[in-house]
Design a protein around this ligand. Structure first.
Ligand code: PLP
Length: 394
């Protein structure tokens, strides 16, 4: 089938809620992908901060094929070794005592919301149901996660959403103090906001959230769906802040590109949850869990994390050095980078694609770079060169 035939088929039969590029990706290796016409791209999107180990990682492939030949779905009616081993690994590499599996970021966040309400009720506070979320935050597109997502355009066509969410301003503790009260069961925040434009939480903001949550007996949820699992140069973004949440949600890179999410939680929270409180048919299945075990083992190595931090610094420095008149600021942590532009990011994304570079917007004027964490220095150089050319075309 020719490229145009495939695009036409998609446009005829697939629900048109996505705006896709006008080429078809066919295969990848490392941090590069090729389209069906043989054009090569340096991938600074990585499936939207998903493909942490890039394409063709032999260890992920080995775990996938080994497990696929053994058993790939059983449901949670039965124990399986990969999900038990992965839970141990996630606990040993974080603050958590327990893991609950989900299928994506939105479902991980909605699990966390249910757990927070259950926790409050278990402690005798049945009226403690409100969740505080933040300006520019993004937590997913289902009714609960969308209710906690500050995007009127995404929300309004589907209202009423889950009731009981109150918004405060990111990096503004006074606004949190005004929003939090005895009715609040949880505060959810991204330590580094991804979709909202790559904004870093200030350390005193997260420390202040911890304090306010403790004062008001509310749980602190860190949404590390985008910024967790090595992306910031720390395994978990919270570890760079020294502020520990009660629950942490993860997804995107967890199973190396297969759909999987998880909630990490303390024993204190876990004690409030009981059999049948929450469930999912697919969550934590042996195939995704076997792949995730390899991914977490690899990205949690100190040497691996150190190279993410170093390459992130190099990439941010090179972007700042570009001195393009269109670049107003470069920010980020590790390999989650936002470039604030004076033009629409979509224009630069398209121009980049024409020059063999994949990038993605994070809000109208922020260009986001979230390459595979294994991107090489030579690929970083080439990506910056291609971006420089793209910027001259807008
Ligand atoms: N939370 C954050 C911080 C995200 O960036 C995203 C997706 O971009 C989500 C949640 C939702 O994840 P998913 O698309 O897997 O439902």
């Amino acid at each position: 089938m020719q490229t145009q035939d495939i695009i036409q088929l998609e446009q005829q039969y697939v629900l048109q809620v996505y705006q896709r590029a006008d080429f078809i990706l066919d295969h990848g290796q490392g941090a590069r992908v090729w389209d069906t016409d043989g054009r090569e791209y340096i991938d600074c999107v990585a499936g939207i901060a998903v493909n942490a180990l890039g394409y063709g990682d032999p260890d992920l492939l080995g775990a996938l094929t080994e497990q696929a030949g053994r058993l790939w779905h059983t449901s949670n009616l039965y124990h399986t070794a990969p999900q038990a081993r992965l839970a141990r690994l996630l606990c040993e590499t974080s603050f958590a005592d327990r893991v609950h599996y989900a299928n994506c970021g939105a479902s991980a966040n909605e699990s966390a919301f249910k757990f927070a309400r259950r926790f409050a009720r278990e402690h005798g506070h049945s009226d403690k149901t409100t969740i505080v979320a933040f300006s520019n935050g993004f937590h997913g597109r289902l009714f609960g996660s969308l209710a906690a997502t500050d995007r009127p355009k995404y929300r309004e066509p589907f209202e009423p959403l889950m009731p009981g969410v109150r918004f405060a301003r990111f990096n503004d503790l006074d606004s949190v103090a005004a929003a939090i009260g005895p009715d609040v069961c949880a505060v959810i925040v991204e330590p580094v906001q991804g979709e909202g434009g790559v904004h870093l939480a200030e350390p005193q903001f997260l420390a202040g959230l911890r304090r306010l949550c403790d004062q008001h007996q509310a749980l602190l949820i860190f949404d590390e769906v985008q910024c967790g699992l090595g992306r910031t140069g720390q395994l978990w973004a919270y570890q760079g802040y020294g502020v520990t949440p009660d629950l942490l949600t993860t997804a995107k890179p967890l199973a190396g590109g297969l759909p999987m999410g998880a909630v990490l939680l303390t024993q204190r929270v876990a004690d409030a949850l009981h059999p049948f409180d929450h469930a999912s048919t697919f969550a934590g299945g042996p195939l995704v869990a076997a792949v995730a075990e390899v991914l977490v083992s690899k990205v949690s190595q100190p040497a691996f994390l150190a190279q993410v931090a170093e390459k992130g610094q190099v990439l941010r420095h090179k972007l700042a050095e570009l001195r393009s008149p269109h670049i107003k600021a470069v920010r980020g942590q590790g390999l989650l980078i936002g470039v604030e532009l004076d033009v629409l990011a979509a224009q630069v994304v398209s121009a980049g694609q024409r020059h063999g570079l994949l990038t993605v917007g994070a809000g109208p004027t922020v260009l986001r770079l979230a390459p595979p964490l294994i991107i090489t220095h030579a690929e970083i150089d080439a990506a910056v060169e291609r971006l420089a050319v793209a910027l001259t075309e807008v």
